[in-house]
Ligand binder design. Sequence first.
Ligand code: NAD
Length: 511
Amino acid sequence: MAIVESIASTGPRRRLRARSPVTQEPIGEFDCATAEDVRLAVERARKAQGPWAEASFEERAAPMWRLLERVVARQDEIIEAVIAETGKARTEAIGMEVFAPCDAIAHYAKRAKQFLADEKRRPHGILGFTKKLRIVYRPLGVVGLITPWNGPVALSVNPAVQALMAGNAVVHKPSEVTPFSALLVQEMFEEAGLPDGLYQVVQGDGETGAALVEAGVDKVSFTGSVATGRKVGEACGRNLVPCTLELGGKDAMIVCADADLDRAAAGAVNGACMNTGHYCCGTERIYVVASVYDAFLEKTLARVRALRQSDQGETDVGAVFWDKQLEVMQAHVDDAEAKGARVLLGGRRNPELQGLYFEPTVVVGVSHDMDLMTRETFGPILAVQKVADEEEAIALANDSEYGLNGNVWTRDVEKGFRIAARIQTGGVCVNDMAITYGIAEAPFGGVKASGLGQVNGRSGIRGYCHAMPITADRKGTGEIQGGYPYTRKSEDGLQKFIRFYFGTRLGRWLS
Ligand code: NAD
C-alpha cells in the first residue's frame, strides 16, 4: 500500500491520499494546487510583501515571537501530526520538529536586525579618501520554499522565518508525504498574526513544486533529492532566479586508531539510525582503521542490538516514512550482499511489526562497487569498511559524488580538524555527528552533487536579500574626478600615479 496515492477527484484538482507508515491506515486527503492556484498565491504574496518590506525589524519580529509561543503551546499537536505522517520516534519528533524550529524562530527574531543592519564599509586604498560605501540588505520579494518529508516542521520553519525576517513573503510547497504538519505551521503563523499572504502553503507533489518554480518567484529555497534539485536548478537557471539547493548526501565517518571507541560506536549508531536514517547528514559510510576495527565493530554491534523498534511506547528507531525509501534500502543491502558483503544484523523489513519498519542494520565487507557505499540509502544502516590507515579513509571518503557532511573520531582534536579539512564535503563534525544544521552560526550546504549555496546564520539570512551597495562621493560638489574632458595632461597624471601607486613599496602599502 503506497503511503501517498492518487485518488479520484470530483473537482478540477488532482487529489492525493496519505497513509500512516505505522498503521498504514489513511490519515487524510488533500487537493494538489494547480499552476493557476500557485500563480494566484504568488500574486497574493507579492501584494503582501510590499508593506512587509517597509516594516521595521521589531514589527517583523513581533509575529515571530507569537509564533514561538504557539509552537510551545501546541507542541503536542505538532508531535502527533509529525508522528502520524512519518512514524518517526517521539524523541526525534520533539527534538527535531519542536526544539529546532523554536531555536530557529528565536534566533532570527532576535538577531535579524543585527544581521541585516545597513553596513558602512570604507573603500580600500585611495578610494577611501573620496568615496563612501553603504551596503543595504533589501528583501528579494517572494520566496518559493520547497521542502522534503524527513524534517517537515524544522525544514519549513527555519527557512521561512529567515525569509520573512528579511522582509520577503513565502509560498511554501511541502512534501506530499507530510502535508498536515505544514497546515499546522500555516495555522500557527495565522494565530501569530502574520499579515495575510505572507506565508502560504500550496499542497501537492512534484507537479505543484515545478509550477512554483515557474510562477515568477524571486528566489527558490529548495531542500530535497539531487535528482529533483537538478531540475529545480535548471528551471531557476532558465528563469534567472537565484536558488539554494540543499540536496542529498552520503556522509562518511572516519574512525582513527586513537578514537574513543565507545563514543565513536555510539556516534556511528546515532548518526546512521537517527530519524530512521532519513537524515541528509546521516552517517552512510563508516571507515575504520584496521587496528581498532574489531573492537569498534564489537561495541557497535552491541549498541545496535540494544536498539528498540516498536510501534507503541518507547522506541529508538521509528518507521520508514515512505514505502519508496524502503525499497531503496532493501535494494542497496541486497546489492551489497550479492557482491560479497555480510549482513551482521538486520538487513530486512521488521517482520514483527505491521508498519513500515526496517531493522537497524550492520553490513561489513563493503566496498565502493556497491550501491550501499555510493548512492544515498537514507535508512538505519551502518555500512562498515576496514581501512589500512587514515590516508585510505580520507581517500575513500572523497571518492563520492556527494559532499554534504561527515565526521571524524580521534582523541587528538587538532588532528581531527586537520583530517576534516581534507574531506571534500560541505561540513564536518569531530567526535560528534549530525549537528551542523542545528548550529545556526555554521554555514550549511553541500559541495559536489550535494547542493548549491549555503543556508543559515548571518550569511544564510543575507541570502534572502540583495546586498545593495550605495556609494556616495565624500564631497559631492565640484568637478567629477577623472571625468570629461579627457586630456593628455590628465592621462599622463594617471600613468604617473599608477607608477607610484602599484610600482613603489610605499604606493603598494597605501593601496
Ligand atoms: P524530493 O526531491 O523527491 O522532493 C523534495 C520536494 O520537491 C518535495 O516537496 C517534492 O514534492 C518536490 N518536487 C518533486 N519534484 C519536483 C519538481 N520537478 N520541481 C519542484 N519540486 C519538486 O526529495 P524527498 O524525497 O522529499 O527528500 C529526501 C531528500 O532530501 C534526500 O535526498 C535528502 O538527503 C534530502 N535532504 C537534504 C537536506 C539538506 O539540507 N541538504 C535536508 C533534508 C533532506
